[in-house]
Design a protein around this ligand. Structure first.
Ligand SMILES: NC(=O)c1ccc[n+]([C@@H]2O[C@H](COP(=O)([O-])OP(=O)(O)OC[C@H]3O[C@@H](n4cnc5c(N)ncnc54)[C@H](O)[C@@H]3O)[C@@H](O)[C@H]2O)c1
Length: 289
């Protein structure tokens, strides 16, 4: 079996790649090493995977390709991620990498049949929805990033509805592990505490997040790949860890684990940040197992 992983050198894409290789799949990875963080971190993310003779890395921008690989499964993980950078001039990068690239892939694979197209959506599509966030909830993003993730999710739905492209959208809730993107909270806080530098928290730290370990995200992708088509295609699923904690408690835990005392500076809440997130995962439990 052959799978395409877009964004294969990124945080989550590299984990999906590792799992597929461990399952004896052939993997074609496409990543253009966008400069949202250093290329050397992305190279390190896929260093081990590239030892395999079942992987091919195509170092290209998806928006510039006119053809994509012939595969059975697609894990579409490439995007401009991150809420805070999505305002202003950089919004154009978000629309290109998140919306236009997704449309281009869907357009291509409507003519070139595949078994499953799994799209990495985000809890950011909910905005400040009531908790726990449910798939049937009205989605109302509060960041430009969330708008682009939602637009691409709608594209996945309409290419399924009109052309039977077998799409599944997974709404990830804040993902963590040692490869976490350097702009994300846990990575920033750990690095700062270890270097005995001040941590900046936007808001008063009582905001909560439903953190999700990356292996659970990978497992959800594998379940979405294997589930019967009629029960998952054209659908969206929340994928979130089982609990949520306030940011202040997270920092306290980091202090305990590192045996260092975090120094925290509180700054204004950033526009686009939601107050709380919490996934209702009963739909994923029922249909993805
Ligand atoms: N990390 C999270 O907590 C989280 C939460 C919700 C959703 N997501 C989604 O999961 C996916 C992966 O996020 P991540 O945290 O691993 O981000 P990441 O930045 O580590 O990975 C994304 C990768 O895509 C590549 N890329 C971007 N545009 C490209 C293009 N046009 N052509 C080729 N490659 C391109 C980048 O170079 C990068 O390596 C994204 O779609 C993101 O929106 C992530």
């Amino acid at each position: 079996m052959r799978a395409l992983v877009t964004g294969c050198a990124g945080f989550i894409g590299s984990h999906i790649t590792d799992r597929l290789l461990a399952m004896d799949y052939e993997v074609i990875g496409i990543d253009c090493f966008r400069d949202n963080y250093p290329k050397k971190i992305k190279k390190e993310n896929i260093r081990e995977a590239l030892q395999s003779d079942r992987i091919q890395l195509i170092e290209r921008d998806l928006s510039e390709l006119s053809e994509y690989p012939a595969v059975e499964y697609i894990f579409h993980s490439a995007a401009q991620a991150g809420v805070r950078a999505s305002w202003g001039d950089s919004y154009a990068t978000y629309t290109r990498d998140n919306i236009e690239v997704t449309q281009k892939l869907l357009e291509y694979y409507k003519e070139n049949p595949i078994r499953r197209f799994i799209y990495a959506s985000s809890s950011s599509v909910y905005g400040d929805a009531p908790l726990p966030m449910q798939e049937e909830e009205r989605v109302q993003p509060v960041s430009p990033y969330g708008v682009t993730k939602l637009a691409a999710e709608h594209l996945c739905y309409l290419y399924w509805k009109n052309y039977n492209v077998p799409t599944v959208s997974l709404r990830y809730f804040t993902v963590f592990d040692p490869r976490q993107r350097p702009d994300m909270g846990i990575c920033r806080f750990l690095n700062a505490v270890l270097a005995e530098e001040e941590i900046t928290v936007y808001g008063d730290g009582t905001q909560t997040r439903n953190f999700t370990y990356v292996d659970d995200i990978v497992q959800a992708n594998i379940c979405a790949m294997k589930a019967p088509s009629q029960s998952v295609t054209g659908q969206v699923f929340n994928i979130g860890g089982g609990n949520r904690i306030p940011v202040n408690e997270l920092i306290f835990l980091i202090g305990t684990i590192t045996a260092k005392k975090p120094r925290v500076r509180y700054d204004n809440t950033q526009k686009g940040d939601v107050r709380d997130t919490c996934a209702d995962v009963s739909k994923a439990g029922k249909f993805l197992g």
